[in-house]
Design a protein around this ligand. Structure first.
Ligand SMILES: [Zn+2]
Length: 77
């Protein structure tokens, strides 16, 4: 998996929870900031990027109000 795929996978496993960029970097032990990547994923221009929210929210990991990203839970139908 490349880094973008790892971020998408991480968010899909935790659908419904917001994560700020810093926490994603720490959780995935990345060496570079992910801001550009999470911007892309949030805009839906990256792979299966639709169904994401990119906004300032309370990060579920660090509890701070920051620019975060969340994958919407799958619709049950
Ligand atoms: Zn955080």
């Amino acid at each position: 998996m490349n880094t973008a795929e790892r971020v998408v996978h991480f968010l899909r496993k935790r659908a419904g929870q917001y994560f700020c960029d810093d926490c994603i970097v720490q959780e995935l032990r990345l060496s570079k900031p992910v801001t550009r990547m999470t911007d892309q994923i949030g805009r839906g221009s990256n792979m299966r990027g639709s169904g994401n929210r990119r906004e300032v929210a309370i990060c579920s990991r660090c509890g701070e109000q920051k620019l975060s990203i969340m994958t919407l839970p799958e619709k049950l139908n």
